[in-house]
Each structure stands twice: as C-alpha cells, then as structure tokens.
Design a protein around this ligand. Structure first.
Ligand code: FES
Ligand SMILES: [Fe+2]
Length: 420
C-alpha cells in the first residue's frame, strides 16, 4: 500500500512534477515511423500532458513544436507545410522545426516581431522504427542501443497502442511475472501467436518463484517456473528506468520485446511495443494481421471497457482463464484499465508475489528524491564508454539442477563476456 502522497508522486508527470522531471530525463517515443512517413501530414500528439504537433517540413526534416500557435492559440496540426516550416491557418504565421517564427505575413513591413517569438520545440530523432523526443533540460543523453532498435529492419517491428489508464499501471502489469500464470493462461498445446511458443508446456501452471536483482539500468526480474517436464524454467525480464519493460516472452535466446509506457497525460498512456528476433526475419504480415484483428484504427484494443472486453464466459475453463481471446495485450488492457484511470494504491493489499511492484515503486521514488537533491537521473546513457547496459540480459530457458536464478544469470553473463 502506498500513501496518497507517494501515489501522486508516482502517477503525475505533467510539467514541473517530480515524476515529469524524471521521465523527461530520457528520450521518449512519440510515434512510430509508419505514422509519420516522408510526406506525411502533421499529427497532434499529447505527451506527459503537453500538447504538441509532430511534422515533417518541406525538406522532410522532423519537428515537434507546441500545438497551439503562440499568436492566438489556433491548432497548428491543421497548418500548411511550406516555406521551411509549418504555417498557421489563422493568420499565416510560419514556424520552423526549431520553434523559430520565420514569417508573420499579416504584420506590415517594419512592424514584424518574429525575433521576439520563440515557440516551444523539442529535439526529435528517428531510431528503430520510432520517432523520439527529449523533453528535458540540458544536453540530451543517448538512446540505449537495445537490439530491438538496432537489429536489421527485417528482424524488428514497432507498434503503438493507447490505454485508458495511468502509465504506471501498464508498466506494473508488464513487469509483474505473477499474473501470467492466471490472466494469460491458455490451454496446453496452444501456441502464443507472437512468441510461437506453447507457453504452458514450458512454464506450467504453478506460481513462479520471483526475485529481483538491482542493476545500473534498473532491475532484473527473475521468474523461476516448475516446468511440467520436472525441470526449472527461468525467465529473465527487466525493468529499465524510467518507464520500460523488456519481457523475454519465453522465446529463449531467439529475441525479446521492449515496451515503453509513455504518459499521454495522467489518465492515459501509449504503449510502444518492440518485437524482434536475433537471427531470423519476423513474419511481419502475420504480426500486422494479428494486431489489426485486435487493435482498432483509434489505436485502442478492440476489446475495451465499453464492450466488457468481449468476454466470453463459455470459453473460460480449460481453453482460457480470462475468456478474452488469445491476444495477451488485450487481457493486460483489461487488467489495468479496470483498476481505474489512476489506481488508488492506498487501498490495495500487496502480497509476497508483488515484490517486483514494490521494488520498482521504491526505485522510482528514490530516483525522484535524489533528483530533487540535485543528482542525475539513474541509468541515463551519456557515452558508449559509460553504458549502464553492459550487463543487460533478457532471455529464458531451463537452468541446471545445481543453479538458482542468480547463479544461472551470472553464468550466462560470464559466458557472454568470454565469447566477446
Ligand atoms: S493564431 Fe496562428 S497566426 Fe494567428
Ligand atoms: Fe501480461
């Protein structure tokens, strides 16, 4: 259980809040590259309660500036892309991608005051099929070199989905190894369409032993399952500062996922989901179709609160624990959206299997406290030489009989070091 004050600290990310300051210390994804192709239309985006417009100028350079024109606040996302910037429809003021006002056609010669107008603008870059921004102060850091961002394009894909709840609820579901045993339980022999695995035959149906191990980038999350074959099956997932989870999704060494939980405001968030495989191309057509069947054009799940997540109780039982289809993200959406837009954490009752939840909340609160005292945000990559991700690992597999989660992970890291 959290105090109301700490729940507010963890869930509020608007400008000037401690949580907002923490999340603004890192690059955050804004849109997928597919949403903003070369020649694409300007699009309004809301991120951490700030209204912005993402656009490509007539040189196809990306810009992210305040949504409301600094003249008299008209929405710039309806504007014209021309003459080196984005022109407001109301009186024709023109802004470049750095927020400079470069034309005020309605003002007579000699009375223009472009040089006194500096519109809000944030740096933007494209990487891994996603467009990123840095909304903090000072020199922007680097985006971590996750494999799901740097792998050949054929081996990775990125999606954006909108959830109607606070960002922390979504992060907490993604880092919580306890819920998969229940919420996502499917029949033995059924393969997860996204990972390609018969998950239940690997993990069984018993509760895993859950441990966490703090690192420079966040924390490792161990879930050790009693597999039906009598062996121990370990998933090594991660929480990465400040709003990222990397689930191994039981694909062994074949690849893993990255998930960024970016606040739209305090009542809704975007999930940026990265799927990739080390060695073979993804079947992108199948992944796109599976997604299109489950996520609407409004980027929300087809199963949603308004239709009670299309729950079919007749399917509950052996085939499905939830009765909510085979698209796990929709089951997660059900779990976190029905907690309320901002979960009242001062009314919850945590158990021993919530060790990851309490651990991450503490890490976030500690980070905010240290930043208020003048320290830097944790896990920020400033140079390739000082990369906090040196001992990052995300994998799953059977462990040896004489190992536990910690010793197994250390052996894998040592073997990797030796191989390099
Ligand atoms: S409101 Fe944009 S130019 Fe007047
Ligand atoms: Fe889940």
């Amino acid at each position: 259980m959290l105090s109301r004050a700490n729940n507010d600290l963890l869930t509020q990310t608007g400008p000037g809040t401690p949580g907002g300051k923490l999340l603004r210390s890192y690059w955050q994804p804004v849109a997928t590259s597919e949403e903003m192709p070369i020649g694409g239309d300007p699009m309004p985006v809301r991120i951490m309660s700030e209204d912005l417009v993402l656009f490509r100028d007539d040189q196809n350079e990306l810009g992210l500036i305040g949504l409301h024109c600094p003249h008299r606040a008209t929405d710039l996302s309806y504007g014209r892309v021309e003459d080196g910037g984005l022109r407001c429809l109301y009186h024709g003021w023109l802004f470049d991608r750095h927020g400079n006002c470069i034309d005020q056609p309605a003002e007579p010669a000699g009375r223009k005051f472009c040089d006194r107008i500096k519109h809000k603008a944030y740096p933007v870059q494209e990487k891994g099929g996603v467009i990123w921004t840095f909304m903090g102060s000072g020199e922007p850091p680097l985006i971590p070199e996750f494999q799901f961002l740097t792998a050949p394009e054929s081996n990775r894909i990125a999606f954006r989905t909108i959830l109607k709840c606070n960002w922390l609820q979504s992060l907490e579901s993604s880092t919580d190894p306890a819920h998969t045993t229940y919420l996502h339980r499917i029949a033995l022999g059924n393969r997860s369409i996204r990972s390609g695995n018969d998950v239940r035959s690997l993990r069984g149906t018993e509760m895993p032993k859950i441990d966490i191990e703090p690192t420079a980038f966040g924390t490792r999350i161990f879930a050790l399952h009693n597999s039906p074959n009598g062996k121990k099956y370990l998933r090594i997932n991660n929480y990465v500062y400040p709003c990222i989870a990397t689930p191994s999704t039981s694909t062994g060494d074949a690849g893993y996922q990255g998930r960024w939980y970016v606040p739209i405001d305090d009542h809704s968030c975007c999930v940026f989901e990265f799927i990739y495989r080390h060695a073979q191309p993804l079947d992108k057509d199948a992944l796109r179709k599976f997604r299109a069947d489950n996520v609407g054009p409004d980027l929300r799940h087809v199963r949603r609160q308004e239709n009670r997540y299309l729950q079919d109780r007749a399917l509950q039982g052996e085939t499905s624990f939830s009765g909510m289809g085979d698209y796990f993200p929709a089951q997660d959406a059900f779990a976190v959206e029905t907690q309320g837009e901002i979960q009242d954490r001062f009314e919850e009752h945590l158990g021993s299997t919530d060790v990851v939840i309490t651990g991450i909340r503490k890490m976030l609160l500690d980070a905010m406290k240290r930043m208020e005292a003048g320290e830097a945000a944790p896990g920020v990559v400033r140079s390739n030489e000082q990369d906090p991700f040196g001992d990052f690992i995300c994998t799953s597999g059977f462990i040896n009989d004489d190992e536990d989660s910690f010793t197994h992970c250390q052996r894998l890291l040592a073997e990797r070091k030796q191989a390099n």
